[in-house]
Design a protein around this ligand. Structure first.
Ligand code: ATP
Ligand code: MG
Length: 508
């Protein structure tokens, strides 16, 4: 690289990484409004906020979302958390010498004393003993193989834990429920959380690599239909408060451990009959996860899929009863829904109610909320058997839809711009700014003196409602001039009457 090119490279402008974005004012005012209303509505339903770490052990997501899903197999941002406190093996170390040192380090660092690492340590010891026996037999081939095995296991230990940026929040909420023994609290525990999620997807409208979710989970308690219905009522109330347009709720029941496997087998058998007419993805899914074939958006598969058996006709009596109950409860609450038998979740721990909500103005990425019951997840993560149901709202899409419908809040300018001239006036202006801000007004105080004309122009550009004019005359007389910028009207006030006037004429 030439010197010039190197300099240029050094001064290169940085850009936000593909799939991430900056959210700027005034748009952030809409984000704040959405989050504030979520907090208000969710609080009125008895939810409390949980704040979670943004990265967790990769295994937590692999286990809860499923290692074969796209999210886990290709979309997670994963990195290694090196096990720096472990003694690193010197060159030419011997497994016999190193193993006890490693074991001691494990004892000293409770963080490494995980079930996974204990299993690896036991494996190391096995390889060590195989190695020693091979040496006694003078079996060079076997001893070299045992040595290689030993080193391979050692590498996984030294690599440390793999951690990932969270692609969703449910797994972390369940981890926290278990870790903090929340099953000892009055059940159910109702939690919500708002924050960024990360998935390495192809960026497009409504699909980003860093996106935001508003997530709510009901953990513990029963699976009474009223529980699912109330959760759905809550999210619909939230959308209504925001004025979200074209909201449609789809619901379905996907049965449970008792009845779903039979339906899946039936579906598989039916799909096999038309296998040749399906695309490669669906063909593969017939064997791996036939429910996911129902998700297919391929035009030429729709007719065939439309003819497949509906799960609603194959629910066991308990699940059918529960599904009827959920629908009745939704009607009781005045929540309109559409039954969609193709709305499924491919993972075993999901059960019964699933739902999805779409909104207007989003093109093909029109799902703003997905949710459902996941009674089996907590046990899968090592917790007590715990019923649970929840949803995740895509906040970016929610905001996009509001913006498309013109629901952006008017950019709020400053309430008061203080146009001052002269040193004495400045002293008064600083004090006035402080007092007005304390009373809740948004105030702009220019740090350097400007001619009044220029100051008023500036006030206009910032969208200020009033300009407070403070010059030598005003300070001397104690009568301050307030100009209403929209009308050009001017009036005189003393300091206390000014505050009264502003408070009367402006809801803070
Ligand atoms: P989609 O089918 O649209 O990819 P999903 O099934 O992957 O959605 P969930 O994992 O259920 O979505 O997440 C819940 C919500 O989060 C979605 O309904 C959507 O609004 C939002 N969401 C998911 N992935 C993204 C993304 N990459 N960018 C923006 N929002 C997203
Ligand atoms: Mg997705």
């Amino acid at each position: 690289m030439s010197e010039g090119a190197a300099k240029k490279e050094e001064r290169r402008k940085f850009q936000a990484i593909k799939g991430t974005r900056d959210l700027l004012p005034p748009e952030t005012a809409l984000w704040n409004r959405v989050e504030r209303i979520a907090q208000e509505v969710f609080t009125s339903y008895g939810f409390g906020e949980i704040r979670l770490p943004i990265f967790e052990q990769t295994d937590l997501f692999a286990r809860s979302i499923g290692a074969e899903t796209d999210v886990v197999s290709k979309e997670m941002y994963t990195f290694e958390e090196k096990a720096t406190e472990l003694p690193s093996p010197r060159p030419f170390f011997t497994p016999r010498g190193y193993t006890p040192a490693l074991e001691e380090a494990f004892q000293a660092n409770p963080g490494f004393n995980t079930p996974e690492n204990r299993r690896r340590l036991a494996l190391l010891k096995d390889h060590l003993s195989t190695l020693e026996q091979a040496e006694v037999r003078r079996d060079a081939k076997a001893s070299s193989a045992a040595y290689d095995h030993y080193v391979a296991v050692l590498e996984t230990i030294l690599q440390g834990d793999r951690v990932s940026l969270r692609p969703e929040a449910t797994a972390s909420v369940c981890r926290a429920y278990i870790e903090h023994n929340m099953q000892q609290l009055p059940q159910p525990v109702k939690l919500y959380t708002i924050g960024p999620m990360f998935r390495r997807e192809r960026p497009q409208k409504g699909r980003y690599r860093q996106f935001y979710q508003i997530d709510a989970e009901v953990l513990g308690g029963s699976d009474a239909p009223g529980m699912d219905a109330e959760l759905i009522e809550m999210v619909m109330t939230f959308f209504k408060r925001l004025g979200l347009e074209g909201v449609e709720l789809d619901i379905n029941s996907i049965g449970d451990k008792q009845c779903r496997p039979k339906y899946v087998e039936l579906l598989r058998a039916e799909l096999r009959k038309v296998k040749d007419k399906l695309g490669p993805d669906s063909q593969r899914r017939i064997e791996t996860n036939p429910l996911r074939v129902l998700d297919s958006k391929l035009e030429n598969e729709q007719k065939l899929i439309g003819g497949m058996p509906h799960i609603a006709d194959h629910l066991c009596e308990e699940c059918a009863e529960n599904y009827r109950g959920v629908k009745k409860e939704l009607e009781l609450r005045g929540v309109k829904y559409r039954e969609n038998w193709r709305l499924v979740r491919g993972l075993d721990y999901y059960s019964r109610t699933t739902f999805e909500i779409t909104a207007k103005g989003l093109g093909s990425q029109n799902a703003v909320c997905g949710g459902g019951r996941y009674d089996g997840l907590m046990e899968l993560l090592g917790g007590p058997p715990t019923r649970a149901t929840g949803f995740a709202i895509g906040e970016d899409r929610l905001i996009l839809s509001l913006q498309e419908a013109g629901k952006r809040p008017a950019a709020k300018g400053r309430d008061v711009y203080i146009a001052w001239m002269g040193e004495k006036a400045y002293t008064k202006a600083v004090q006035a700014a402080k007092n007005l801000r304390a009373a809740g007004f948004s105030v702009e105080l220019p740090p350097v003196e400007q001619k009044f004309g220029k100051a008023l122009g500036q006030a206009d550009k910032l969208g200020a409602r009033y300009a407070l004019i403070l010059g030598d005359n005003e300070v001397a007389s104690g009568e301050w001039t307030l100009k209403t910028l929209a009308t050009g009207e001017q009036a005189k006030f003393t300091e206390p009457t000014l505050l009264d006037f502003l408070q009367e004429n402006n809801a803070v």
